[in-house]
Each structure stands twice: as C-alpha cells, then as structure tokens.
Ligand binder design. Structure first.
Ligand code: NOJ
Length: 966
C-alpha cells in the first residue's frame, strides 16, 4: 500500500488537472475530434467496411442455406434453417419467428461456437410482455431454393443460394437483407489456430502494411482490402489505451436495403438531420458511418455522425403506402453506413421495383441501403412492417416497452443550473419566479449540493436543512430534483461505497479487481447495474430512511451514465472491463446507462410502495429507455446552430421510442445572448421536456435577468407552456398506449405527403400544432411548409394561413415576439387559460377547448385528465373524453366513464369554461347545450373567416353532451 502512495498522488494530480480542464475549458473550444474514434481507428469498422468494399469488387456472398434444411412450424410461427459460411466452413443457425403486430424476429447464431457468444437477453432490453408468436398462413417452395412464407398481409421470401431474404407488405418489398452481400459474421476462434494473427502482427511490427505486389489497380485494391480484413484481431489501442480483446474478433456486419425509400430515420444519437444522410457511395454527405456508442462528448460538433450519449439501434424507412422498421437487439458498439441511390421521385411501380433476386438488385432505383456493423454479440434483428410510421411506433414500443406516464409536474417547466449554490440561493430563485409572475414546477440541484460528490448526501453547510427546503417548495406545489451519478467515490467511510464494495457489486477491471477510474469525486468505482442484485440494492437506497434528507417531492437526475470515465478510453469504461458472470463491458456498453436509469426508477417506485409515478432524467439511453422516464441531449452550446440541431435530434430520439426528451434551454456551455435565449424558450415550450440548464462557468441567466422585452417575452413563452398542459398531458397518455411521439416529424403526421418525408426542421406537437423555430440571429422571416391536405391557422391571430399553392410554403414574419406556430384544421385542442405559480395548482381549474375547423367544417380531439401523480389511473381513475365537431355541433363522449363521485375524480377540474371555434364561414350567434342552456356567443372576424367563443357552456368533462352552435 505504502509504496503505491506517490503513484496515486501523481495520478491524482494529473486527473485533478483533467477535472479542472473539463470544468473550465473555454467556451468556443469545440470537441476534440481526436479524442474519439473514427471508423479507421476502430478495427472492426475497418474490417467490416473492407468486407463490403471487397464484395463490391465483385465477389458473391459465401453464405448459403444447407439444402433441405429449411423447416417451418406453422402453428408456432417459426422458420428454421442451417446456414453455412462456405468460404470459412462455419455453420450457423437461421431462425425467423413471426410475431404479433406485423413483426418478425430474425436470429442468426453460430451453430457451434467455441464458447457461448453474449446475447442481450430480453430481460435487459425488451418489454416483459414480449409480443406473442402468430401462426404462419402458408409456405411455398419454388423448387429453385426460394421459399415464401406468408403471414397476414406480409411475406418473408428466403433465398438459399446465395443467402438473402426479403420482407414484403401486400406484395411490395419493404426490407431486403444481404441484397448487397455484406453479411459477414466473424466467428469465435482460437488465437493459436489462425495464421492471420501472426501475419497481421508482423505487418504491424514493421510499422506499415507491405506494399501490394504488382497487378492491376483492382488487384492491388483487393489485396489491400484483404489485408484490412485482418486488422487488429486480438488487440487494439487508441490514444495509448489498449483494448486487450481476449476473445478476439467477433464482429457482425450485414446490409439492409429499403427498396423504394429515399428516406431512413433513427439510429440516434447524432447531432444530425432527421432524414439520415448518405455516408457511402457517390451521394455521400459524410465520410464516416453513423456511430452508436454511448459517450460523454464534450461540446459536441454539429452536423456529424459522431456518437453521443445514447444509442438506439432502430431505423425506420418510409415510402408512400409502406413503412418498415428494424431493431438490432445488441448493445455493443455499432457503426451504420447509409447509402442513398438516386432515382426519380415518388413510389416506383411494383413491377419496376421488384426484380428477381440478385446482388444489388435495387442499386439503381430509389432505394436506401444501409450497412450495419457491431463489434460483438449475435445477429438478433426485429423487423416491423406497416403502411405508416404510427404502425412502426406501435410495434417497436410494444416490443421495447411503452413510454411511462409522467407525473403532471414533469411536463411543466424546470429550472436548473450547475449549481444553485445553497439554500438561500434556492429560496431567492424560487421567490423571484413568483415576483416576476413566471410559473415553474421544479428546481434542480447539480453535483455541488453533495458532500464531496458522494451521492445521496448533502453538503453539510450549504444544504444543512434539505427537508425544510423541499417542503418550502412543496408548499407551492413545486418539486426538487437532485443529481445522482453512477460513479461512487472510493472512500471506505462512504456508506454506499462500502456496502457495494463489500458485496462485490462494482465493475471489475480485466484482471478482476474493482475497476478504478476517475470522475467528479476523483478516484471512483462503478456499480455493475447488469447485476440484478446490484440493481435491487441500488433501488433500496432511495427509501426515505436511507436517502437522508429526501422527501416525497424529491426526484432524481441520472447523469454521466454512458458511463463517463474521465480516465478511460474515449472518456468511458474500457471494453475489457468485466461485469457479473464474466461478461465484457464491450457487450453491454450501450445498455449500461439504461440499467442504471431503470434501477433508479425502481427505487422511486419502491419508496412509496408503487403509488406515485417516478420522475428520472437520464443522459445515456438505449432502446426501452422510455419505460423509465426522460432524457436530454446533453452538453449543448449557447449557439444558434445548437438551437437548430435540437429539433432534428429530438425528432429522431422520439421516433425511436424515447418520446420524453428535451435540450438544455439556452445551451449548456457559453452565455446566450438574450435573443438566442428567448428564441430557445419559444420553441422549447412546445417540446416534451422543458428545462433550462447552464454550466457552472456561465453567467446567471434566470429569465428575469435580461430586462424588457426579453423577460416579458420569456415569461409569455413559459406561460404558454402552462396553457397547453392539458393538450400535452393528453398526448403523453396517448403515447403510453401507442408509442407515438409527442413531438412528431411531418412524415409521421402526413405519410401520404411526399414533400414532408425529409423535413426535420419543423415539427408537429401532437397532431394539432405545427412549430418551426427561429434559428438565426435577426431572422426577419421563416419559411414553413404547410401540407395542403387541410387548412392551417396562425396560432396567435387565428387567421387562416395562405401558403403558396404550388409549394405549400408560407413565409412568416418573425419579430422577437413570434415564432411560426400553426393550428391544424380538424383538431380540438384542450387548454387552461389561468396560469398559476405551478402546474399542480392548476389541476382544478376549468378548461377551454379550441375547435379548429378543417375544410369541411369538422374537427376532433381528446382530453385526458387524472390526479397527476399516482397510478390510480391504472384502475380507471381518469377521465378521457372524445370531442367531435360536425354540422355545427360539438359532441362530447366519455370514452372512460370514471366514478364521478370518487374523491380522485372530484378533485379534478372538469368544467369547460369556454369553447372557441376557429374557421367558421359564418359567425355564430347562440349556443345550446343539449337543446337547453342557451348561451350567447361572441364572434369576431379573423382574416376571411370567423372565430366564435361560447362562454361557460355548462358542460363538463367525463359526461356526454352536445353543444349546438347557431
Ligand atoms: C454533465 C451534464 O451533462 C451536465 O448537465 C451537468 O451539469 C454536469 N455533468 C455536472 O453534473
């Protein structure tokens, strides 16, 4: 021990310096690209890309089904066959399982691996209610090695030699696998058994790849690629950090093509466009593939396929009439190349599109092909088929879990900064919100509130009375959130460290010792959340008697859970670190942060016996994160470009299941100018998670610090959020049943409108409100695309919009007080107009309904309400009303008929105090509820049409009634 001290001290000094640098580096200094790998520095990415290039030079895929091995168990919905890599003579099993909701699971595994390969079990990444198998309707063999398996409207067509398969919807090809022949499954092998190693190492020892010998350019190229196939099979290093790779190469690559689709979406997280850009081929816009590897990237770069904090190996493609999704159940590092092929607009006819099988048969059509590469695991692919994006949201979240229903406060406005420094600071900020008449629901405390970055503790001086502090906020219906990270200070006097250490629940290094890395507290341990027992123990730490100073109004922020390890390779955990059962970190890296999030969620459930809904914000995410709460887009920057990127980033994450997302309002690093801050508030007020946050090194920026007109305009933006809370809450509830995002891309709402397919810079909040942010300084106007299928109305003036009839584009003037927001004709939008200090103080208030008419004078919508915090809604304690407007009558129907006399329902506001009808051709004069209760109607001319307001129509939620306008 003694002899190690100086080393530790030196190491400590070095990392302390790192820490200071991390905190205080100058804003403006962007991400250091060289700290993170590019494909050329990731051996398996090089190998898989080389394999694809080799294939493109003309070789055919060596994978074939063994003749006569294909079997179908129709009742079980299962197809099996033996697959062989004929070049290397490695046998594989091929299994397809047909599931509910037009889903199929395709698994390819080594039939006789040297040792079991890691499989991400359903328990870690799928919903408990895994979709059931459905029977296969019929099977046809064509006698030439092509088998067609029909299930519902869909078909799986498998070709034996060379091996490939395709999924079709109503006869139209939607996805094809191995069409390009990129399938390359690196089998487990023994180091001694391969000459490849020696050859590779020898070449490396000489410091260079030997010069290709003579031959044509093509031959030279092939030799180079063959060499690249052997790159760093058994060890690799990056920036001086060695990955020991004891199991050798185990990567998997394959191609998936989406015939007829110009656009593919998904595979977050990247600061990039919504419709993914091409990374290969003549149309490429990026040189690098999209990378999925959860990383703490400092001040990330815009418009880049670099990996960020979260990963969801899910992709969706859409063309008119057919939507497809794929999800690779695999949590290892992944890279995905995207290649779009030219071709004419629109859907190709079936005949033109579908040609007989053959290599790259789609290459010249309007097709997007993708190349997926993962470092390890197995090929376990889910395929989802449908006719519109909402079909895929439904099936993907039925598989990975539906979004959890947040508490009402969680979707209101959150005020955060690193850090509110002490109890006085908290009290002053809280009081100022009231003084300036700005509502807010949650005050956040970052890492400085703890006793020396020991989570679950409080700084004894600055936060000496945490309970009183929380109760003071709770008195106004407000909550508090504290940060709790997964790194645990190596201090034997710290109870969390001691207990997890004694129980052997920390991640181990490759030699089996507790992994020692550096993070905020200095030298730290990392809890192994892949261990069920560790998850349960962690959850128990949220009990009120364990987390001293916590109260029922305290919630949690899980940060740094990629995990961020300041001293690790690419600022994360070494891949050869070990988890329970000897599992390498490389196999579980991308799901680690979500298991931490999940365990915290469980802790919140348990602390009050499952009565209240948890609220946990996480930075890292994976498929299924939506089951546990919200995410945010990490350390963005106070720059216009970051405001701009927040929209496509959130659209992508939302379309990949994680519907509750937001970006730090104002930008985390740097000091936003007041107009940037204002523009950010104006758009974030319409995004699912709405939180202002800032780095410790930035100037204070609470809304009242900017003076007029900024403070007043920020106030208006936040107040508008509170007004649309009933609409937003209804959307969240809808999402818990369907997985449909809250913030939706245009293609999700207009799947028939081709002009909307690639739009990612404007969005729909639900189906009724369209928002486009202002994303540059002094921008006087903004162009917005308004699909022609309905009428649109300006959100503020309620006047009908007049976009160009040829382009659908309208140019909107954007003075400081305005960003373009439109109401979609045909929607009914519930609101609350009386804004109070916090959202829970508004729960008993009456509603206003905005009835926004379509070209036929019709509209429809829903309103959901419950107690805002408990799980009683699962037992029917909620109101869900459906409203329809047609022929001058607004009809309300209670979809759920709750016990209107129950205390929970009586505690809710249910009176409708106002109905506003937008887009009437003739102004209304009177209104009659159920033929009686006559009311006067006020009408005004809004543009060429009229808006009529019925006050106090004597109508209630949860009841059925008819309001006739005459
Ligand atoms: C990194 C997070 O992204 C940021 O939001 C937080 O303020 C700091 N960690 C400090 O906890």
């Amino acid at each position: 021990m003694v002899s190690r001290k100086p080393v530790i001290a030196r190491k400590g000094l070095f990392f302390a310096l790192l820490l200071v640098l991390a905190i205080f580096s100058q804003p403006g200094e962007m991400v250091k690209q060289e700290d993170f790998k590019q494909c050329a520095q990731s051996a398996f990415c090089v190998r898989q890309r080389a394999y694809a290039d080799l294939t493109d030079t003309g070789s055919t895929t060596p994978y074939e089904l063994v003749a006569g091995s294909l079997e179908v168990e129709s009742e079980q919905g299962i197809v099996t066959a033996s697959l062989i890599d004929t070049k290397r003579n490695i046998p594989f099993s091929f299994t397809v399982n047909v599931l509910e909701r037009n889903t199929a699971r395709v698994v390819i595994k080594e039939a006789r691996p040297l040792a079991p390969r890691y499989e991400l079990t359903g328990d870690l990444a799928l919903d408990e209610k895994y979709p059931k198998s459905v029977p296969i309707d019929n099977v046809k063999h064509d006698g030439k090695g092509v088998t067609t398996v029909k299930f519902g409207e869909n078909a799986l067509v498998v070709r034996s030699k060379p091996f490939s398969f395709e999924l079709r919807v109503g006869g139209v090809p939607a996805i094809s696998f191995n069409d390009k022949g990129y399938l390359y499954y690196e089998h487990w092998r023994q180091k001694e058994a391969t000459g490849e190693v020696l050859e590779n190492e020898a070449a490396e020892a000489e410091g260079a790849v030997p010069e290709p010998e003579s031959g044509s350019e093509k031959e030279k190229k092939i030799r180079e690629l063959e060499k690249a196939l052997k790159k760093d099979l058994w060890e690799e290093s990056f920036n001086g950090k060695v990955d020991s790779k004891p199991h050798g190469p185990a990567s998997i690559g394959f191609d998936l093509s989406f015939p007829g689709s110009k656009n593919v979406y998904g595979i977050p997280q990247h600061a990039s466009s919504f419709s993914l850009k091409s990374t290969r081929g003549p149309n490429k816009e990026y040189d690098e593939p999209y990378r999925m590897y959860n990383l703490d990237v400092f001040e990330y770069t815009m418009d880049s396929p670099m990996a960020l904090y979260g990963s969801i190996p899910f992709m969706m493609s859409h063309k008119k009439g057919a939507t497809a999704g794929v999800y690779w159940l695999n949590a290892a590092e992944m890279w995905v190349d995207v290649e779009t092929h030219g071709g004419h607009d629109g859907v190709l006819s079936k005949a033109a599109e579908y040609l007989p099988f053959g290599k790259g048969k789609f290459a010249n059509s309007t097709t997007t092909s993708t190349h997926w590469m993962s470092e390890s695991g197995v090929l376990d692919l889910f395929v989802f088929l449908g006719t519109k994006p909402t079909d895929i949201f439904d099936s993907f979240t039925a598989l990975t879990g539906r979004p959890t229903m947040p508490q009402h406060f969680a979707i209101a406005y959150h005020q955060c900064r690193w850090n509110y420094m002490d109890e006085q600071d908290v009290s002053d900020v809280d009081a100022s919100f009231d003084k300036y008449d700005i509502p807010y629901d949650v005050l956040w405390l970052d890492i400085e509130h703890t006793d020396g970055k020991r989570y679950f503790t409080w700084d004894k001086v600055k936060f000496a009375n945490p309970v009183a502090m929380q109760e003071n906020l709770a008195g106004k219906g407000r909550k508090m959130v504290t940060i709790i990270d997964p790194h645990i200070k190596r201090d034997d006097d710290y109870y969390i460290n001691k207990e997890f250490k004694d129980k052997g629940m920390f991640i181990k290094d490759k030699d089996g010792k507790d992994f020692d890395g550096w993070c905020w507290p200095g030298s730290s341990n990392w809890i192994d959340y892949t261990d069920e027992k560790a998850r349960a123990l962690w959850a128990s730490k949220f009990a009120y008697d364990q987390y001293k100073g916590s109260t029922p109004s305290l919630y949690t922020w899980n940060d740094m859970n990629e995990p961020s390890v300041f001293s690790g390779p690419e600022t994360t955990m070494p891949k050869d670190a070990l988890h329970v059962g000897g599992v390498e970190h490389r196999d579980v890296h991308n799901v680690y942060g979500t298991l931490f999030h999940r365990s915290t969620f469980q802790g919140h459930l348990d602390r009050n016996d499952g009565r209240d809904r948890p609220f946990i914000l996480s930075r890292a995410f994976f498929a299924g994160t939506q089951r546990y709460g919200a995410i945010w887009t990490g350390d963005n920057f106070a720059q216009w470009s970051h405001l701009e990127a927040s929209v496509p980033m959130l659209l992508t994450i939302g379309a990949s299941g994680v519907v509750f997302g937001g970006a730090d309002v104002g930008g985390f690093f740097g000091n936003p100018e007041p107009d940037l801050l204002l523009r950010w508030y104006q758009v974030a007020a319409f995004q699912p998670f709405f939180r202002a946050h800032a780095h410790i090194d930035t100037k204070r920026r609470e809304p009242w610090l900017f003076g007029e007109p900024y403070t007043g305009l920020i106030r208006s933006a936040i107040r508008e959020r509170y007004k649309i809370m009933p609409y937003l809450y209804t959307l969240f509830e809808q999402s818990t049943r369907s997985g449909i995002p809250i913030m939706r891309a245009m293609v999700s709402e207009f799947p028939e409108d081709e002009a909307s397919f690639s739009i990612g810079d404007q969005f729909m909040l639900g189906s009724g409100i369209l928002v486009k942010p202002v994303v540059s300084k002094d921008q006087q106007s903004v162009d917005v695309y308004l699909p022609a299928s309905t009428i649109w109305y300006d959100y503020v003036t309620l006047e009908k919009a007049s976009p160009s009839s040829s382009t659908g584009i309208i140019t909107v003037k954007t003075p400081l007080e305005k960003i373009p927001i439109f109401l979609r004709g045909g929607s009914i939008i519930p609101r609350r107009e009386r804004v109070r200090r916090s959202s829970s103080l508004m729960l008993r208030d009456p509603y206003t309904l905005w009835v926004v008419l379509d070209p036929e004078g019709k509209a429809s919508g829903h309103l959901y309400a419950d107690d805002g915090h408990s799980y009683d809604f699962c037992n029917g304690a909620y109101i869900l009303s459906e409203f329809t407007y047609a022929d001058g009558t607004l009809t309300a129907r209670a979809i759920n008929k709750p016990d209107l006399d129950s205390d929970a329902i009586k505690a809710l506001g249910s009176r409708i105090e106002r109905v506003v009808i937008v887009g009437l051709k003739v102004p209304a004069e009177r209104a009659l509820l159920d033929g009686k209760h006559e009311r006067m109607v006020e009408s005004k001319k809004t543009g060429p049409l009229y808006t009529s307001t019925v006050r106090d129509p004597a109508a209630y939620l949860g009841e059925s009634w008819e309001l006739k306008i005459v």
